[in-house]
Design a protein around this ligand. Structure first.
Ligand SMILES: O=c1ccn([C@H]2C[C@H](O)[C@@H](COP(=O)(O)OP(=O)(O)OP(=O)(O)O)O2)c(=O)[nH]1
Ligand SMILES: [Mg+2]
Length: 173
């Protein structure tokens, strides 16, 4: 059963900008374009306008995610990924893009797709300060604690030394 879409008000700040839409049924993200052309040298970053602003319903947030094709082909990344668009934000959605390629510049033309927007329900919490937290199986383990060398290192101290095998967590050792 398909769920009814959530209605979100959108304002176009550029009369020619396309309204973001999902490329395929079931997609999580709809693409955002830049309304300004830009060229990024290797290692450079900039903030690009998308030409749209939205009013999300209360209890929702939108997240600006990278596009995997751009990352794989050109090394384009979003340093703050995923960028958070608060429900109360009425300004233009902007995308912080960085060119992580060490050698090649990357050029964006007007209306190139540079990121994707994922809208999600989010909880608001109330924090209750306590002196001790309830126990758990993981306790304070993190930062590679389930890997071999890192786990051993963590048992001895609270940090992983520089010399520890940095890939042991990838191999699940
Ligand atoms: O990729 C992004 C991230 C944020 N925003 C907008 C919407 C968001 O509601 C607002 C603030 O974002 P955030 O809280 O991440 O930035 P901040 O540095 O904490 O700024 P502020 O002090 O205004 O909250 O900026 C974007 O347009 N694109
Ligand atoms: Mg903030």
């Amino acid at each position: 059963m398909t769920r009814a879409p959530v209605d979100v008000l959108l304002r176009r700040l550029d009369p020619e900008v396309p309204v973001p839409s999902y490329a395929r049924p079931g997609d999580a993200g709809c693409d955002l374009v830049t309304t300004e052309p830009a060229e990024l040298a290797p290692g450079e970053r900039t903030v690009l306008p998308t030409g749209v602003s939205i009013a999300l319903p209360e209890g929702y947030a939108a997240f600006v995610h990278p596009r995997s094709g751009l990352a794989a082909r050109c090394g384009v990344s979003l340093p703050n990924a995923p960028g958070t668009v608060d429900a109360g934000y009425r300004g233009e959605i902007k995308v912080i893009v960085a060119n992580l390629d060490p050698r090649e510049s990357v050029r964006f033309e007007r209306f190139d797709r540079i990121a994707q927007l994922v809208v999600q329900q989010v909880e608001n919490v109330r924090f209750h300060e306590v002196a001790e937290l309830p126990g758990s199986a993981r306790a304070a383990g993190g930062f590679g604690s389930t890997g071999g060398h890192a786990a051993a290192a963590q048992q001895q101290s609270e940090y992983v030394p520089v010399g520890a095998d940095r890939h042991s967590d990838l191999r699940g050792q």
